[in-house]
Design a protein around this ligand. Structure first.
Ligand SMILES: Cc1cc2nc3c(=O)[nH]c(=O)nc-3n(C[C@H](O)[C@H](O)[C@H](O)COP(=O)(O)O)c2cc1C
Length: 331
């Protein structure tokens, strides 16, 4: 519909037009780039399929009561999928983890499989994968389970302090933010949970001031501090890592969680951050991706403006709701 036709519509009709257009755009991208139709159509999608299946093994092995022969069909499928992956892309780190997890599955069943139920699977595994293995590229800690102690997870509780001391910062000094510091924050953010540990989040760091200016033009909430931003991050989710239409919202959930950890990580390293929405019309979404070279198969989650914090500065009060306004106990 062109500008003139749009102008003839009532406000309600125009809103409906944009509503449908934007949803159609999202749905099309998801349909084209997720594994909805073919879970192996790119290396990333195939990798994600391996993670999906090998995670069933490591998850199963981490339960209190492990069910003998759990997920045997998934293991069968994983062996074939791993074989196809290795044939196409070679034996890389992900293949190694899949391999290690399958081995762990067989190890677990060593004394449980009196009737040799798993023998055909083992044979297939050895025949298909046996010769292609380079075990040196993975460590034992990368697959199966790792035993931890309660004291390992119950660390000195300063998370409350971290959360209560974070504010959205809209004033930055001229001091440069080193890329090394951002990498450190990304390393922390990599701990973010993700669906089946598929880790679809990607970070684009914009350094160049001209590119930053062009990118910020697409964003409607940076007026007044756009020139002080030292680095601009764009958080995206890789659609190839998602599988069926049931997961259509997962890119945004995983991406949002990742962005939150990243903001806390940057904050913990002493930097100021301002999350910037990327609630864009589909045409602008396409244009922005082109402008900053973000592949079509990644969806935009948000931008994060960052920089060093001045000695003293105002922040918006941004009062939070009371607990009873957000919590409901179901009983
Ligand atoms: C996804 C998201 C998008 C945001 N977009 C903007 C924005 O465009 N411009 C801006 O100045 N602040 C933006 N904010 C910051 C919010 O206004 C801020 O988080 C909120 O007022 C609470 O304040 P606090 O972060 O200091 O607790 C955004 C926050 C989030 C989570």
């Amino acid at each position: 519909m062109d500008e003139n036709e749009l102008r003839l519509l009532s406000t309600e009709e125009r809103r409906k037009y944009y509503f449908e257009k934007n949803y159609r755009y999202d749905a099309n991208l998801y349909y084209r780039y997720s594994g909805t139709v073919n879970s192996k159509f790119t290396k990333e999608a195939h990798k994600s399929e391996l993670i999906f299946y090998y995670h069933k093994i490591e998850k199963g092995l981490s339960l209190k009561n492990i069910r003998p022969f759990f997920g045997v069909n998934a293991v069968d499928y994983l062996i074939d999928s791993l074989y196809q992956y290795v044939e196409k892309y070679g034996f890389d780190h992900i293949a190694g983890i899949a391999y290690g997890n399958i081995k762990k599955y067989f190890d677990f069943h060593k004394n449980l499989d009196d009737n040799g139920l798993l023998l055909p699977l083992k044979d297939k595994f050895n025949k298909l994968i046996g010769t292609k293995v380079d075990i040196n590229i993975i460590s034992e800690r990368d697959y199966g389970i790792n035993i931890i102690k309660k004291s390992d997870v119950q660390i000195e509780n300063n998370f409350k302090e971290l959360c209560f001391s974070r504010h959205t910062i809209r004033q930055f000094t001229e001091e440069n933010v080193e890329l090394e510091t951002i990498y450190k924050a990304v390393e922390i953010a990599q701990t973010t949970p993700s669906v089946c540990n598929r880790q679809a989040s990607r970070i684009h760091i914009i350094e160049d001031k001209k590119i930053m200016e062009d990118a910020l033009r697409f964003q409607n909430g940076n007026t007044g501090f756009e020139n002080d931003i030292n680095k601009l991050l764009v958080v995206t989710s890789e659609l190839n890592d998602f599988k069926t239409s049931n997961e259509r919202n997962q890119p945004y959930i995983d991406g949002g969680m990742y962005a939150m950890t990243l903001i806390y990580a940057l904050h913990s390293l002493g930097l100021g951050t301002c999350p910037l929405n990327l609630a864009l019309d589909s045409d602008l979404d396409m244009e922005l991706k082109k402008e900053i070279d973000i592949p079509e198969n990644q969806v935009l989650i948000m931008m994060i403006a960052l920089g060093h914090i001045p000695e003293k500065l105002p922040v918006a009060a941004s009062k939070k709701l009371a607990i009873e306004e957000v919590v409901r106990v179901v009983n």
